[in-house]
Design a protein around this ligand. Structure first.
Ligand code: GRF
Length: 212
């Protein structure tokens, strides 16, 4: 049985595109650490099994992570997808699911790990920004990269406009990465990911545009 667990904390727009992606899975379970996450409501509308494990009910990170792992293991997932899950996971947790724990991050890693990626990107004046799907490792927002999407930063961009265009790309690449994983097309060796039979064309993106 192919089971997918999606961990969320809030809005759940990435979760929603995963639910809409028609992934070849037998079971999807959405778990939130936040009982008020609006993504929970969306998941229920899609008729997907939901669970809340409120981190505030646990004395420390270790015990929360243990409770979370227990619930995850009961689902026997092939993959655990972090989709806006705003908790730092303990080393023990990350090691337990090594190679089957994926995350989506709103920057072109390894640039801008952590929070406020769009504001920091604007502050640095970078011309190309984007998002990354990667396997989770012990180092926060690092780990083998599965797929990235890049967009130009435009002169009139604000944090909000940039975030919206990056989010649109997130919604394209996360289902793609998970589809590849579910089809056993991802080969992970050390820090590199190879996608078997990927139909990736040679595309270069330049910003600003090259002179005529
Ligand atoms: C996304 O930007 C994702 O990259 C980051 O958190 C945000 C979650 O948004 N990890 P949503 O809850 O999926 O709408």
């Amino acid at each position: 049985m192919k089971s997918l667990v999606i961990l969320i904390s809030g809005r759940g727009s990435n979760m929603q595109v995963l639910l809409e992606a028609g992934l070849q899975v037998d079971r999807i379970t959405v778990i939130s650490n936040n009982p008020h996450a609006s993504g929970l409501e969306i998941a229920r509308k899609y008729g997907v099994e939901t669970m809340v494990i409120d981190h505030r009910a646990y004395p420390d990170r270790q015990t929360f992570d243990m409770a979370l792992a227990e619930r995850i293991d009961a689902c026997q997932p092939k993959l655990i997808a972090l989709a806006g899950f705003m908790r730092i996971l303990s080393d023990h947790f990350v090691q337990r699911y090594q190679g089957r724990l994926m995350n989506i991050h709103p920057s072109l890693l390894p640039a801008f790990p952590g929070l406020d990626t769009h504001a920091r990107a604007l502050q640095e004046g970078i011309k190309i920004h984007g998002c990354t799907v990667h396997f989770v490792t012990l180092q926060l927002d690092h780990g083998p990269i599965v797929i990235q999407a890049a967009i130009p930063v435009l002169p009139y961009d604000t944090e909000k406009t940039l975030a919206a265009r990056v989010l649109h790309q997130e919604h394209c690449i996360y289902p793609q990465a998970i589809r590849w994983f579910m089809e056993d097309r991802i080969k992970l060796s050390e820090n590199r990911v190879e996608v078997i039979n990927s139909n990736v064309h040679e595309i270069a993106l330049y910003s600003p545009g090259l002179p005529e």
